[in-house]
Design a protein around this ligand. Structure first.
Ligand code: GTP
Ligand code: MG
Length: 228
């Protein structure tokens, strides 16, 4: 069965979550704010260089869930946090309060996601406005945001959906982080399963030996009532 991973984009209202996803999906940037009500999603395919077949790529399907930032439209459920394999936490570089909101979103993720170390990335959007006119509109310094990202041991990326700055890089980054974590997890599970199987077959062999030692080996005489 083909694997599909889920990524959530979270953050306060009007910071540009929908715009980021629309631009990534190839739509033109729209200047208007149409509030997301509930949840929406886009599908994406991430291509990772194959480790077993040099020169080839592995394709991994992703679903990116767009969520409502405005409190009264929010329908993000604990199940959504639990099904997420990665999270983008975004704020608006020109609105300080949306940066304060990052802490609340982080708390939700730590409380509700299935693993503490689920891949995350911090995004300061609207860098076109924040960097224009000598940065007069910027309300969050790059250093401050980087400090928060470092505290959570994640990357910080500044984007502009309007000017298509770092949008592809952002999505590639979170997809890669998810892919790497999930692959590691799968390999660990396979190894554990193999160890389990080895342990089981060893105990079967040992079981046979003890029967033999007791003179009841089913192979002797081609039958007996050993069911292993
Ligand atoms: N200048 C600038 N404006 C942006 C950028 N991204 C989004 N906007 C504008 O910001 C407003 C809100 O954008 P949305 O993408 O609808 O914001 P949202 O976070 O999805 O909002 P909710 O769905 O209400 O949570 C719109 O008017 C966008 O055109 C950006 O990078 N630069
Ligand atoms: Mg939206």
């Amino acid at each position: 069965m083909k694997r599909k991973y889920n990524v959530l984009i979270l953050g306060d209202g009007a910071i540009g979550k929908t715009s980021i996803l629309q631009v990534y999906a190839g739509s033109e940037f729209k200047g208007e704010h149409i509030r997301t009500v509930g949840v929406d999603s886009i599908s994406a395919v991430y291509k990772h260089p194959s480790e077993t077949h040099p020169g080839q790529e592995e394709s991994i399907d992703f679903k990116v869930w767009d969520t409502a930032g405005q409190e009264r439209f929010r329908t993000i459920t604990p199940q959504m946090f639990r099904m997420a394999h990665g999270v983008i936490i975004a704020f608006d570089l020109t609105k300080r309060e949306t940066f304060e909101g990052v802490k609340v979103w982080m708390d939700c993720i730590y409380k509700l996601s299935r693993e503490l170390c689920i891949p995350k990335v911090l995004v300061g959007n609207k860098c076109d406005l924040a960097n224009a006119d000598g940065g007069a509109l910027r309300q969050v310094l790059r250093m401050e945001a980087m400090k928060v990202a470092q505290e959570h041991e994640i990357e910080y990326i500044e984007t502009s959906a309007k000017e298509d700055v770092n949008i592809k890089e952002l999505m590639q980054h979170i997809f890669k982080e998810v892919y790497v974590q999930q692959k590691k997890k799968r390999l660990q599970e396979e190894e554990e399963e193999e160890n389990d199987n080895n342990g089981r077959s060893k105990s079967i062999v040992l079981g046979r030996q003890s029967h033999a030692a007791a003179g009841t080996d089913s192979s002797i005489g081609g039958g007996g009532n050993c069911s292993c």
